[in-house]
Write a protein of this length. Structure first.
Length: 192
């Protein structure tokens, strides 16, 4: 029996790199989540940088690893680490804004799918701006939908009026989306 382990690979370099990138995005999201502003028109729903990182995770990491990065973020919060805007734990996820956090996972996957398709990762610098914009609009809409459904259920609030109130967040979402596109176009991000 041979004991040579030079040819044994438990995890390939590509998977290791993707896990590391997903962890970096989760850590950046956690580190900046406490940076928030209360929206003057919608009490209880903060404006945060989480969506900016969700946009970048979907664009740079693609559907699987972008969602995985936010899955790591959610798991860290569920474990009780204070990674969300105002804390962590199961109670936070089950609270009125928990739907936005769950929506980040789904939205990162959707953004990645629109940007990269199903055939593997593309260099995001080579993806056209119109496609990036469509991806970010779709991801934003999904996040707002998840957040609105969850908020309405948690607060007993009417769904459609709350969903319509999300329009107040569109200006800040547009700024974050433009910043994400600018970062991708700045040649500082490489999808390999």
């Amino acid at each position: 029996m041979s004991t040579d382990t030079d040819a044994v690979k438990l995890v390939g370099e590509e998977v290791t790199g993707n896990v590391a990138r997903a962890a970096v995005f989760a850590a950046l999201t956690a580190a900046t989540a406490p940076v928030s502003l209360q929206h003057p028109l919608i009490p209880g729903v903060p404006i945060t940088l989480q969506t900016f990182w969700m946009y970048l995770a979907g664009i740079v990491l693609g559907p699987v690893w972008g969602a995985a990065s936010f899955g790591l973020y959610v798991v860290a919060g569920l474990a009780g680490l204070p990674v969300f805007e105002d804390g962590g734990g199961l109670g936070y996820i089950l609270g009125p804004t928990g739907g936005y956090i769950v929506g980040f996972v789904l939205s990162a996957a959707l953004i990645g799918l629109v940007v990269h398709g199903r055939d593997g990762l593309r260099d995001p610098r080579e993806v056209g701006v119109p496609r990036l914009v469509v991806a970010l609009v779709a991801g934003t809409a999904l996040t707002y939908l998840c957040g609105s459904v969850w908020y309405s259920l948690a607060q007993g609030a009417p769904f459609l009026p709350f969903l319509a109130s999300q329009a107040a967040f569109l200006p800040t979402a547009a700024v974050k989306a433009a910043a994400a596109v600018a970062v991708v176009r700045s040649d500082t991000i490489i999808a390999r």
